[in-house]
Ligand binder design. Structure first.
Ligand code: FEO
Length: 400
């Protein structure tokens, strides 16, 4: 039976591993995920921090039962109402119906009631700076509105220098390694942290940027997120916080992304002509075919790309469905401060570029004028495209 894992004296991990999930609300998760829950106990006082996805209730209960009878849980902290963290709450409440249930004062209780339709639970609301005690342990609430939902929050345990951060600083990875020091490849951990931020948090960048300084001011030796690996190494804790600062403040990395789909390889020819110019300039880049790459993988690089080229042929007076889905996705996540260009081919109605540029304009990007070709581009047209992109990049270099 699955057991709890001790992470400090009186502090245990009691979460669950979802090895098989590959999609979480349109976010591709190639490594599965972890639903992290924690127990902190002292004497008669037992706190459960978050729960797990409802499908994994039995696994969490088994881990809890390996260290304490669930009916002895006196306090439950729900940092976030989304079901991957609150989903096992109704089951736990059957064991311990009188437990105090702590939630964010910013709609935390309302969100839980709207999920589980139980308004009689012993709710206690927390604002930033509010404290509560579990035995000798005193926790301080730090609300994290919109990292990921309005009621998202975290708690800091000053005596242990541990931040229970919920979604913040998480990664969708299922692994038997619990800590960043256990040997799981850190390049994958940081890449998955980036994918996680891009596809879950990026839409709320200004709110994240607002709250990060308060988190950065804490003296942290361990970050226990609600997904993925626990951060314990100072170097990693500093690095993930620095990355969050850069992502939330939309700091780009100078790279480029060429994102396209094609019907008969004509738009593809244009994509690779743009590639030629990026190579000339030494601009690091990646080409994505929306026919085969998931939008969440593309968005992970788009989050930090400086140049974004989006191509589609005109198809039934609009863009290809794959490109339409990507435009909808990127519009929602709303990356700002980018240089963007549309390109594509058409048969008799030249419409796709206009639709792509419309989204770029809504995102307030610096728009490089689009280029198109009818049916199959000639060598001269491809060379015109190279010259155009070359000139536009040069203009932007000169302006810097
Ligand atoms: Fe991991 Fe927003 O839930």
């Amino acid at each position: 039976m699955p057991n709890a894992l001790k992470i400090r004296d009186n502090i245990y991990w009691v979460g669950a591993l979802d090895w098989e999930v590959r999609d979480i609300h349109c976010n591709t998760v190639p490594y599965g995920t972890t639903y992290n829950a924690y127990i902190v106990m002292d004497g008669e006082d037992v706190l459960l921090i978050d729960t797990v996805h409802p499908d994994f209730t039995d696994e969490m209960m088994s881990r809890i039962q390996s260290i304490v009878d669930p009916s002895k849980i006196t306090d439950i902290l729900i940092n976030h109402a989304e079901t991957d963290h609150s989903g096992a709450l109704p089951s736990i409440m059957k064991y311990t119906p009188e437990a105090r249930v702590y939630c964010s004062a910013k709609s935390g209780v309302k969100s839980i009631v709207q999920h589980y339709h139980e308004s009689d639970w012993n709710f206690i609301e927390l604002n930033t700076g509010d404290t509560f005690k579990v035995g000798k342990y005193e926790f301080t609430a730090q609300l994290l509105p919109f990292v990921h939902w309005p009621e998202s929050m975290s708690v800091y345990l000053a005596s242990e220098k541990i931040l229970f951060s919920n979604d913040a600083f998480g990664q969708h990875i299922a692994t038997s390694e619990r800590f960043d020091t256990d040997g799981y490849p850190l390049d994958i951990v940081f890449r998955e942290a980036k994918r996680y931020y891009a596809n879950i948090v990026m839409a709320y960048n200004p709110a994240v940027a607002n709250v990060l300084p308060a988190v950065g001011a804490l003296d942290i030796e361990m970050i226990c997120p609600s997904h993925g690996i626990i951060w314990t190494e100072k170097e990693n804790i500093d690095k993930i916080q620095k990355m969050y600062h850069e992502w939330a403040n939309q700091i780009t990395d100078g790279r480029a992304a060429i994102i396209y789909d094609t019907m008969a390889d004509s738009t593809k020819q244009m994509a690779y002509a743009i590639r030629d110019v990026l190579e000339e300039f030494g601009i690091q880049h990646r080409i994505y075919s929306l026919h085969s790459d998931s939008v969440s993988e593309v968005l992970t690089d788009v989050m930090t790309a400086e140049y974004i080229f989006i191509g589609s042929p005109t198809f039934n007076k609009t863009v290809l469905p794959t490109v339409g889905a990507f435009l909808s996705y990127i519009k929602g996540f709303a990356p700002k401060k980018r240089k963007g260009m549309a390109f594509g081919t058409y048969g008799w109605g030249n419409i796709s570029n206009r639709e792509i540029e419309n989204i770029m304009a809504q995102l307030d990007w610096d728009i490089i004028p689009s280029m198109s070709a009818q049916y199959i581009p000639t060598d001269d047209q491809l060379e015109d495209l190279r010259n155009h992109v070359r000139n536009e990049i040069n203009k932007r270099y000169d302006a810097q």
